[in-house]
Design a protein around this ligand. Structure first.
Ligand SMILES: NC(=O)C1=CN([C@@H]2O[C@H](COP(=O)(O)OP(=O)(O)OC[C@H]3O[C@@H](n4cnc5c(N)ncnc54)[C@H](OP(=O)(O)O)[C@@H]3O)[C@@H](O)[C@H]2O)C=CC1
Ligand SMILES: O=C(O)[C@@H]1CCC=N1
Length: 273
């Protein structure tokens, strides 16, 4: 099954579906006519049909039945009811890709059929601009072609790496939730810049270039974060003063605790926390 020749249905047309669909369309990987979404919210359906230009239905079964691959993108807490709705339909014989945090491929197989081909993916929202980071793992009945298809969807909106399913809770904590940690840091940096009297548009430009530049420097140099941090930190200088505050406030430990909390929450959403 080739990505360009396939019809994809997204069940749940929320933030993550919007990021992936807009990312796929912008990348020119899939024609709008091959994408259908379904959602309970008329406002979301209107956004997809009117602004994004793809079919948007209220009926999950109808959306899924006309597709070659069905991407489950509702909240983990309501995935069970959506699986009930889809069970006994032709969806059970299609490739099912789930992006729901925590929910195991086995749970989806049990909700549909043991031989339903399931691939679980953990994406993130920068997929919207083709800069997503995703990891994926195959269920018991998924073929290599199925895994390749899910990988192709995610690679067309960013980087995608295969992982054992047992790693996906940790991946969720790292890259699934990760953009929020960076936005949190940016919020704080920009709040501080404002209190120092810096003008908004310039602060935003400088802060974004700093975060992107630091990430790219680490990627291109291949150096560890600690080495690059040391190169910024002149003895007795400004960075040392700043990092001292971060250390005293226990920020590094808090980030570590935050990621463990996200991983734990992913396990709880799976029902085995
Ligand atoms: N946002 C992110 O960064 C990431 C999200 N994910 C996963 O993606 C999934 C979706 O997350 P996200 O897009 O943020 O969530 P959203 O809440 O933005 O989107 C879910 C959408 O599904 C709708 N919905 C609710 N019930 C049904 C139903 N029975 N049938 C069809 N649609 C329904 C919701 O409507 P309403 O709001 O009215 O309930 C909402 O529009 C989650 O499982 C999450 O774990 C994974 C990685 C990253
Ligand atoms: O917060 C969440 O549960 C989802 C999964 C990863 C990012 N957003």
């Amino acid at each position: 099954m080739k990505l360009q020749d396939s019809n994809i249905a997204f069940i749940g047309a929320g933030n993550m579906t919007e990021a992936i669909v807009r990312g796929l369309l912008d990348a020119g990987e899939v024609e709008a006519g091959r994408i259908c979404v379904s959602d309970v919210d008329p406002g979301r359906r209107a956004l997809f049909s009117e602004s994004i230009g793809v079919e948007a239905l209220e009926d999950n079964r109808a959306a899924a039945e006309s597709a070659d691959a069905v991407l489950l993108a509702v909240k983990p807490q309501i995935l069970g009811s959506v699986l009930e709705e889809l069970s006994g339909s032709p969806v059970e014989d299609k490739l099912v890709i789930s992006i729901a945090a925590g929910v195991r491929t086995r749970t989806i197989e049990e909700g549909l059929r043991a031989r339903t081909r399931v691939v679980r993916v953990m994406p993130n929202t920068p997929a919207l601009i083709g800069r997503g980071a995703a990891a994926y793992a195959a269920g018991r009945a998924a073929t290599e072609a199925d895994t390749a298809f899910a990988a192709a969807v995610m690679q067309s909106v960013g980087v995608a790496v295969p992982m054992g399913e047992e790693a996906l809770d940790a991946v969720t904590a790292l890259s699934g939730s990760g953009p929020a940690y960076v936005f949190y840091l940016l919020e704080a940096m920009l709040d501080a810049a404002k209190t120092m009297g810096l003008p908004d548009p310039e602060s935003r430009k400088l802060a974004l270039a700093t975060v992107k530049g630091a990430a790219d420097l680490m990627g291109e140099s291949g150096e560890d974060a600690a080495v690059l941090r040391a190169r910024v930190t002149s003895p007795g200088g400004t960075t040392e003063a700043a990092l001292g505050e971060l250390e005293r406030a226990g920020v590094k430990d808090a980030v570590i605790r935050a990621m463990h909390a996200a991983e734990q929450r992913s396990k709880e959403l799976a029902g085995d926390g």
